[in-house]
Design a protein around this ligand. Structure first.
Ligand SMILES: Nc1ncnc2c1ncn2[C@@H]1O[C@H](COP(=O)(O)OP(=O)(O)OP(=O)(O)O)[C@@H](O)[C@H]1O
Ligand SMILES: [Mg+2]
Length: 320
């Protein structure tokens, strides 16, 4: 049987939405049950935890009777601010959002409000989605990802209805709401003669956002900043611009991703040069491929293995 502390930790982590802790405690309980000979119970707990893919439907829909599960997903992962490799400017902007959220009551008392409408712009794979997840973890809030491709349909009325349901959710269920691929509605140029329609959808979104006085944080992300209407920028409390990593950042990324497989024979500076112009996501993936190759070929990690992984990734991208 789980002990009292484990039961308390399980309830506490569930109520706080701390899924990582919840899973850890559940796995501890599974281990205790296994040691007591309750193999079936132990395996069932472990299977349940492992089958959770990290993406699930929004939990709080039933009581609110809001059918948004088709286009809003609840996503778990455990990124922290220290995991993000970026410029000091980006880091301090994110820290400020976190700080203002934590002290929002103090700000309200002084007729001020915390920054909670944020636009993230920059190339693919530079940490925009990761930032939304960092905000969620640092502030112990759930992360909800709005699937814009499902929200925007050719029927204007339907799209507006979906958007207003999402904003109802935003005000009823505190969380980080990521509108990914925001350019889908933020576009200046629409598809053929749908420019007017897109503009109306964008206006609906902006009105809903302006009216929002919830305790949630709205994050819009795009990698097509140039097609966004510049007037849109001032409707957000903050705009964070992401860039591809510079040489120093590539080296830090390589060191953290290749740890603990690095050896003195590995020339991080040389590898970093070969990765110039690549995104954080590509570099992370090259590191994972290199480690896999080293494990499966039972060889130490060498420059050659990493360079080969870079070339493979490059040809993969070119043929895509
Ligand atoms: N700045 C970063 N520091 C460390 N790792 C990063 C960074 N950016 C991206 N990564 C790694 O790449 C993965 C993908 O990044 P992410 O999904 O945040 O990119 P994105 O900017 O949202 O891209 P897209 O525009 O294609 O949606 C992350 O899960 C992380 O492993
Ligand atoms: Mg993204």
């Amino acid at each position: 049987m789980p002990n009292a502390n484990q039961i308390l930790a399980l309830v506490k982590s569930h109520l706080e939405g701390d899924d990582k802790r919840f899973k850890e405690v559940a796995m501890q309980i599974a281990a205790v049950e296994a040691r007591s000979g309750h193999t079936i119970l132990s395996r069932s707990i472990a299977d349940l935890i492992k089958s959770n893919t990290g993406v699930r439907l929004v939990r709080s829909l039933a009581p609110l009777n809001m059918d948004v599960s088709e286009y809003v997903l609840s996503v778990d992962n455990s990124y922290r601010l220290s995991d993000l490799i970026c410029s000091e400017v980006i880091k301090s902007k994110i820290s400020r959002i976190i700080k203002e959220y934590i002290h929002r009551d103090l700000l309200y008392q002084n007729n001020l409000s915390n920054r909670n409408k944020i636009l993230l712009a920059g190339p693919s794979g530079t940490g925009k989605t990761m930032t939304a997840s960092i905000l969620a973890n640092e502030l112990h809030l759930p992360l909800y990802v709005v699937r814009m491709e499902k929200v925007i349909t050719k029927y204007m009325g339907e799209t507006s209805l979906k958007l207003s349901k999402i904003f109802d959710l935003i005000s009823n269920v505190r969380g980080i709401y990521l509108f990914d691929e925001f350019d889908a509605i933020g576009m200046q140029r629409g598809m053929e003669n749908e420019v007017g329609e897109m503009r109306r959808i964008l206006n609906t979104f902006l009105q809903l956002m302006e009216r929002d006085d919830s305790d949630s944080i709205i994050v819009a992300a795009t990698n097509a900043k140039e097609v966004l209407d510049t007037a849109l920028f001032r409707r957000f409390d903050d705009v964070i611009e992401y860039q591809l990593p510079d040489q120093q950042q590539i080296e830090i990324l390589l060191k953290t991703q290749l740890e603990p497989f690095t050896t003195p024979d590995l020339h991080i500076d040389k590898i970093a040069k070969a990765l110039e112009g690549r995104s954080h996501a590509e570099i992370t993936s090259v590191c994972a491929d290199s480690i896999k190759e080293s494990i499966l070929s039972e060889q130490q990690l060498t420059d050659n293995i990493v360079i080969q992984a870079i070339e493979q990734k490059h040809s993969q991208i070119m043929s895509a």
